[in-house]
Write a protein that binds this ligand. Structure first.
Ligand SMILES: CC(C)(COP(=O)(O)OP(=O)(O)OC[C@H]1O[C@@H](n2cnc3c(N)ncnc32)[C@H](O)[C@@H]1OP(=O)(O)O)[C@@H](O)C(=O)NCCC(=O)NCCS
Length: 200
């Protein structure tokens, strides 16, 4: 039986960066992402990442940092953080974008997702980036809870052509002064939901 310490964390789970010559392959990571999305698929949420090719995964990781969670050498979680220049209503400049977040369904609700997101945020701070952004299906309540738990707020909506759902965009302003006010955010969200344009 797995032992839990404070906050339900698994001390035997190691979160680390994927190395260029790692024993964990991109194939292992894609298999995990596909497995993690099985519940989303059952709920009608078809994430393009669930069935993407290894080449696509390689492109998406790009020059970002891919974190992995391992339990006794077994891959049980992953998340990637990349730098991206944006020019959206809430911020203009370089942000850290967290993507490809997945935890093995056998290890869900064990705070592994939280640890992976925290690792990505620490990387953003290390890179001296002031805003961290992530997105997921509006109906993905688990990710919504995870994002809120890690300090993100809903900032926007978008629709990717490859997905069959509208995504909620979350932002974490490391320098809180950069954040629009709650009133501005609420106003934008009410408007944006009615004016979503599909993007690649
Ligand atoms: C989203 C995901 C990464 C969360 O990973 P996780 O390790 O289970 O997350 P955590 O254990 O850190 O949980 C964080 C919060 O999420 C919520 N949560 C997690 N599992 C949940 C469940 N089964 N039911 C309801 N809420 C849940 C909880 O609020 C939890 O916080 P709490 O324990 O304080 O209540 C994981 O469910 C997953 O891989 N899902 C499929 C892939 C996906 O949707 N990725 C995100 C979009 S790309």
């Amino acid at each position: 039986m797995k032992s839990l310490n404070g906050g339900g964390r698994h001390p035997e789970v190691e979160v680390r960066k994927l190395l260029s010559d790692d024993v964990i392959s991109l194939d292992d990571i894609q298999k995990l992402i596909s497995k993690a999305h099985s519940d989303n698929i059952k709920n009608g949420l078809f994430y393009a990442t669930a069935s993407q090719t290894i080449e696509k995964l390689r492109q998406k990781i790009g020059d970002g940092v891919c974190f992995i969670a391992e339990e006794n050498g077994k891959l049980i979680g992953t998340a990637t953080v990349c730098s991206k220049k944006i020019n959206y209503w809430y911020y203009s400049g370089t942000v850290s974008l967290i993507k490809l977040v997945a935890v093995d369904p056998d290890s869900k609700h064990s705070k592994i997702g939280t640890r992976l997101i925290e690792a990505c945020i620490r990387q953003a701070v290390e890179n001296e980036v002031q805003v961290v952004v992530t997105d997921s299906a509006e109906e993905n309540i688990i990710f919504k809870k995870l994002a809120k738990r890690c300090g993100f707020k809903v900032i926007d909506y978008c629709k990717y052509k490859a997905n069959n759902f509208i995504s909620t965009v979350y932002a974490l302003f490391i320098d809180r002064k950069l954040s629009p006010s709650d009133v501005e955010i609420e106003k934008h969200l009410a408007w944006k939901h009615k004016h979503i344009i599909e993007k690649e």
